[in-house]
Ligand binder design. Structure first.
Ligand code: PMP
Length: 302
């Protein structure tokens, strides 16, 4: 159960998120000059376990480096532990963020700007709607293109997500759960997930240079030996099963793209169960992927 009000971490201090004072003259707000992560923690006896924390912090540091940011990984890791404990969270979605700003102006020359760090965590299971979880994901092929890698590299840069929001907003207005970015005949990724297809029992992870290098995607390739290669739209529509993966979505069947419908396939369901066992520490073969944050006060979690 989470404490109320929600406590966030801002550069060493825990405080109600709504009381965190930031200058609206920080350039990060105006231009999306920041980098963030989406990380999951899972309740385990006596605390919670964070899945692939180091990989998330590596990706965050790599994204920040593009903007010349000095990401303090140790401070963020400490902030994450503090926030989970302060809010008594077991299952949680963790949001570390770092942004640039000197609070002094609107200039685009960021080289001398300070890197600010904060962490929030919420008892959210997922960003998906209940309908999408129950019936599988309905995707609309987006009329938007994913940010080209020569325009905004595929990292979790704050401003890059305007592209996701534009396409998701259009898809939701049309009655879908999210959108699928394609690049001509090639499949790229969904709004906040990577895509896999299954054909004749073979798992294929769609590879595209504009797609985020997903940590769940990498995990599933390691677990299953899936082939990572470009996937065409023709192959996608001919697939036996299609699924999305991501930290928040985990492994989620796609049951509709535009006017094409699939069942939630057996291989996808089995893989979803395998992944759940892994992240929740019931499968003990990859304990090196789990960071345990112990908490004696945490009660009632199995
Ligand atoms: N693509 C995009 C655009 C995303 O935002 C995410 C979520 N981080 C993913 C793919 C999946 O990445 P991960 O498995 O690392 O969460």
């Amino acid at each position: 159960m989470s404490a109320s009000p929600h406590l966030a971490w801002l550069e060493g201090r825990l405080l109600p998120a709504c009381d965190a004072k930031l200058s609206f003259m920080d350039q990060g707000l105006h231009y999306g000059l920041g980098v963030f992560e989406g990380i999951r923690a899972y309740a385990v006896p006596g605390g919670r376990s964070i899945f692939r924390l180091d990989d998330h912090l590596d990706r965050m540091a790599a994204g920040g480096a593009l903007l010349g940011m000095d990401i303090d990984r140790d401070a963020l890791a400490g902030g994450i532990a503090d926030v989970l404990r302060a809010n008594e969270l077991g299952d949680a979605y963790i949001r570390p963020i770092a942004w640039l700003g000197d609070g002094q102006g609107l200039k685009l020359d960021v080289n001398a700007m300070r890197t600010r760090h904060a962490v929030a965590a919420l008892p959210l299971a997922t960003h998906l709607t209940a309908a999408a979880q129950a019936r599988g994901m309905w995707l609309q092929t987006s009329t938007y293109r994913r940010n080209h890698r020569d325009s905004i590299p595929p990292m979790k840069l704050c401003g890059a997500y305007v592209n996701s929001v534009l396409s998701k907003r259009a898809a939701m207005l049309a009655g879908f759960d999210g959108s699928l970015f394609c690049d001509g005949e090639l499949v790229c990724e969904a709004t906040a997930e990577n895509l896999f297809i299954i054909k004749d029992g073979e798992l294929i992870a769609a590879d595209h240079p504009d797609a985020l290098p997903g940590i769940t995607r990498k995990t599933l390739i390691t677990l299953t030996g899936a082939t990572s290669r470009p996937v065409t739209r023709a192959e996608l529509f001919d697939a036996d099963e299609v699924f999305l993966c991501g930290t928040s979505a985990e492994v989620l069947p796609v049951t509709r793209i535009d006017d094409r419908i699939w069942p939630a396939g057996a291989i996808t369901r089995e893989l979803a169960a395998t992944y759940a066992d892994l992240v929740r520490g019931r499968d003990t073969t990859r304990l090196d992927w789990l960071t345990i944050i112990e908490d004696q006060r945490l009660k009632g979690v199995a």
